[in-house]
Write a protein that binds this ligand. Structure first.
Ligand code: IFM
Length: 445
């Protein structure tokens, strides 16, 4: 079960909630540019206003306190702090995060910042973006600046959120900013993101600082026992999980994944010493889990984010789905946590995102999101089971505190436990928020 020190939290990210994209000296990010590209985002939505958290953060922190949250995971917008991605600090941007952090601390809520949740300063993309090695160096410089400013208030740092998405959705499929479709560039980006993590961790780590990274991991299973299905599962597990876990926790890329990727690119971009820096010990690992993946071999080549593995298709597990079309299966989370314990050196784990979008209906007496409550309840049960099996799981952050900008899907999908009326910016805690507050109050289910 959950021990009394278990960290109960909720998560958001800068571009998804802040708005105020041109205020107080913030520079443009790749998401501003991408969102302005016709056809890139459903409904032509952008993060220009989002949930207006930049102006409303005191009220949002009061809401968090009302729910009894012990921690709040948010991200810092790099272009607020370094508008061009390098050089001098924009003090007004940094001050926003200082005020946010202080307001959280005043309410007894632990600030849990992520340094990068996808909003790369546009000038760095113009100089090559993550496929260029220099971006990793610039990221470490930015991390050091933020640490210098907030290191007396923050103990737990996360370098990157979901580098798989940054690399493969951003540079291979083009579904995310910067919208490039260049598989070889995506593979280089993945390495430079990991390198950026390693360099930033070196810059931050010290007395009171714990440094982690958040990965979007999943439980991958084959539909059957045919060799092609087993190979599909190996490949997808390799690209989604092991390509990141192995260098971080074992100091080496998995040989089979390198072999799969040789179809796409060579590895001249991996320099001597990089893996040593990437594999320097993690103080914690953040796990984002939403759905399992059932996969099969395929005879028809398809282009997907899984570059180097065209003969794979995602199969239907026949389970109920969320509004994103993602299958609901909390057992996948249990399998994933047990696998992390069995296959990798022990490291404190935190679920840094878990949650679901559903088609919420605002009624006269609130938002009765029973599906979301059931989803969260099931996944927390898996967490409790995992702890019972000895998994070092130390905390859980619901995705998300607020309804927000869901990237290329715009404002359609609602993941929040708090409803946001985007016309008025009025916040309404959903039934799931009340349910979660009660879980926190009781210290468990
Ligand atoms: O909204 C995203 C978040 O930014 C990263 N993880 C997945 C969430 C739901 O798609």
């Amino acid at each position: 079960m959950f021990d009394p020190g278990f960290l109960w939290g909720a998560a958001t990210s800068s571009y998804q909630i802040e708005g105020a994209v041109a205020e107080d000296g913030r520079g443009p990010s790749i998401w501003d540019t991408f969102a302005a590209t016709p056809g890139a985002i459903q409904g032509g939505d952008t993060g220009a206003v989002a949930a207006d958290h930049y102006h409303r953060f005191p009220g949002d922190v009061a809401l968090m306190a009302g729910l009894g949250l012990r921690a709040y995971r948010f991200s810092l917008a790099w272009p607020r702090i370094q508008p061009t991605g390098s050089g001098a600090v924009n003090q007004r941007g940094l001050d926003f995060y200082r005020r946010l952090t202080d307001t959280l601390l005043d309410q007894g809520i632990q600030p849990w910042p992520t340094l990068y949740h996808w909003d790369l300063p546009q000038p760095l993309e113009d100089r090559g973006g993550w496929p260029a090695r220099d971006t990793a160096e610039r990221f470490a410089e930015y991390a050091a600046l933020v640490h210098e400013a907030l290191g007396d208030r923050v103990t737990h740092w996360t370098t990157l959120n979901e580098p798989w998405c940054s690399a493969f959705l951003g540079y291979a499929t083009g579904r995310h900013a910067p919208g490039r479709r260049d598989p070889a560039a995506a593979v280089r980006a993945a390495h430079h993101l990991l390198l950026g993590h390693g360099l930033a961790a070196e810059a931050i780590r010290g007395d009171d600082s714990h440094v982690g990274i958040t990965l979007n991991l999943t439980h991958v299973a084959p539909v059957g026992t045919e060799p092609a299905d087993l190979d599909a599962a190996r490949r997808i597990d390799g690209m989604q999980n092991r390509l990141f876990l192995d260098p971080l926790l074992r100091g080496a890329y998995p040989d089979d994944v390198l072999a799969d990727l040789r179809e796409v690119t060579g590895f001249g971009h991996v320099h001597d010493g990089d893996l040593k820096r990437i594999g320097a010990s993690l103080d914690h690992l953040g796990v984002n889990y939403y759905a399992p993946m059932l996969v099969a071999g395929s005879s028809t080549p398809t282009q997907s984010a899984y570059v180097g593995s065209p003969l794979v298709r995602v199969a239907d597990g026949g389970r109920p789905r969320t509004a994103m079309g993602w299958e609901i299966d909390e057992r996948g989370l249990l399998e994933l946590l047990l696998r992390l314990k069995d296959d990798y050196p022990a490291v404190p784990l935190y679920i840094t995102e878990n949650g679901a979008a559903f088609d919420d209906v605002v009624e006269h007496d609130g938002v009765h999101d029973a599906h979301r409550v059931a989803y969260l309840d099931g996944h927390l049960r898996s967490c409790a089971q995992a702890i019972g099996h000895g998994v070092p799981l130390k905390g859980y952050f619901v995705w998300s505190l607020l309804d927000n900008f869901e990237w290329s899907f715009g404002y359609g999908p609602r993941f929040g436990i708090v409803h946001v009326d985007y016309a008025t910016q009025h916040r309404t805690p959903k039934d799931s928020a009340r349910w979660y507050a009660e879980v926190i109050r009781r210290g468990g289910l």
